[in-house]
Structure formats: C-alpha cells, structure tokens
Ligand binder design. Structure first.
Ligand code: HEM
Length: 183
C-alpha cells in the first residue's frame, strides 16, 4: 500500500486528528530535550539482550551512531507533522531493521520500552489532567509508528517470498534489501 494512503488509514483507525498532532507538538517542548537520555536508556535495554547486543556490536561505532539517529527519530514523534514524507521515512526505518533480520519479536517490545520511558517522564513533567490527553496522543502516534513498521515488514516478506526465498527470515531480509535498493 502507498505510504501516504496507509498513514491516512492508520490515522482513521487510531482516531488521530489534527488536535492530537498539535498536542504532540506542544508536548515536544518537554519531551524532545530528553531524547538523548531516552536513547541511552533504550540502547542500554537492548544491550542487555544477548541476541540484540550481538547485532548492535557487530559493526564498530554502530551504537554510538544509533544514539543520534534514535534521538532524531524520537524528536520526530513530537514534530507535529505526520504526512507522506513522515510515512515514507518510517517505512524506510522498518525496512532497515527488516534487512538486518530484526523482526517484530524485537521491535514490538522495544516500542514498549520507548513508551515506558516516555510515560515516566510525562508523569513527572506534566500536571494532573494534562497527562491524560498527552498520553492519549502519544499512544496514538506510537500505534501509527508500529503500524507503519509492521506493514513495511509484510511488504518486504512478500517480495522476498516472491523472489523465491523459502526461509522466512531470509525472505524478510532479502525482500527489504531489494526494496531499499529500489528506493
Ligand atoms: C522502537 C524501536 C526502534 C526504533 C525507533 C529504532 C530506530 C532506528 C533508526 C531511526 C535507525 C536508522 C535507520 C536508517 O538508517 O534510516 C535504526 C537503525 C538500526 N537499529 Fe533500530 N530502532 C528500534 C529498534 C531496534 C532494535 C530492537 C534493534 C536490535 C538490535 C535495533 C538495531 C538497529 C541497527 C543495528 C540499526 C542499523 C545501524 C547502522 O546503520 O549500522 N533497532 N534504528
């Protein structure tokens, strides 16, 4: 599915409106400054899992580079702009992970950690009633993020299978590599 159409569908299904977009932008004032801190805690969490730690340390300097890329991704959650360019960027991020064989069993819990770290900060940085609407908007954007990533996995997997790869992991990774090469 076209990333712009997929985004529109995910917005409709999560009930994400322009009001949520505006709220996220406002929330960015308290959330974006903690992006480097979230990045540190995030890779610390991944590094405690032997399988994921091996991927992270397979290339020298990779984790150090990821701190910056992750922090930019995190800031993007609060940019207030969720359009086709945003959807295409998120599809690409999904494909980069699919190519590395980092599947939903790693991505979904990782998104849960992003959620946990963020909610903890919202609870201390915001006042009572503000928290509820902030959490609502934040949950919706995370659901959209996961939807975009998961759909990019399906796209990669079906291409990999159609290229003749029988092993699912291989099909996912080769399909993603072909899609990234063509974009
Ligand atoms: C919430 C989940 C995650 C987010 C938001 C995220 C974010 C990102 C972003 C923005 C990139 C750069 C993509 C690009 O090059 O365009 C990236 C690359 C990467 N991520 Fe993740 N990531 C997540 C989960 C994971 C997990 C679970 C692992 C497991 C080890 C992982 C390992 C990597 C690796 C190895 C790269 C490629 C680094 C390189 O270029 O050498 N990520 N990630």
């Amino acid at each position: 599915m076209d990333p712009g159409d997929l985004l529109a569908l995910l917005k409709r299904r999560t009930g994400f409106t322009e009001a949520h977009a505006a709220l996220l932008k406002e929330l960015g004032q308290v959330m974006t400054p903690i992006a480097p801190e979230v990045a540190l805690a995030f890779y610390d969490y991944l590094g405690r899992d032997p399988e994921l730690a091996e991927i992270l340390h397979a290339v020298p300097g990779r984790v150090e580079r990821l701190y910056g890329t992750f922090a930019r991704w995190y800031a993007g959650l609060f940019s207030g702009v969720y359009d086709r360019v945003y959807a295409e960027g998120r599809r690409r991020i999904g494909l980069v992970h699919a190519r590395l064989g980092i599947g939903p069993r790693a991505m979904v819990p990782a998104m849960g950690i992003v959620q946990e770290l963020s909610l903890e900060h919202m609870r201390t940085a915001l006042r009572g009633p503000e928290v509820f609407s902030a959490v609502e908007a934040f949950e919706k954007v995370l659901a959209i993020e996961l939807g975009l990533i998961e759909e990019s996995y399906l796209e990669a997997l079906s291409l990999g299978l159609s290229l003749g790869h029988k092993d699912l992991r291989r099909a996912l990774s080769e399909g993603a590599a072909a899609l990234l090469a063509g974009s």
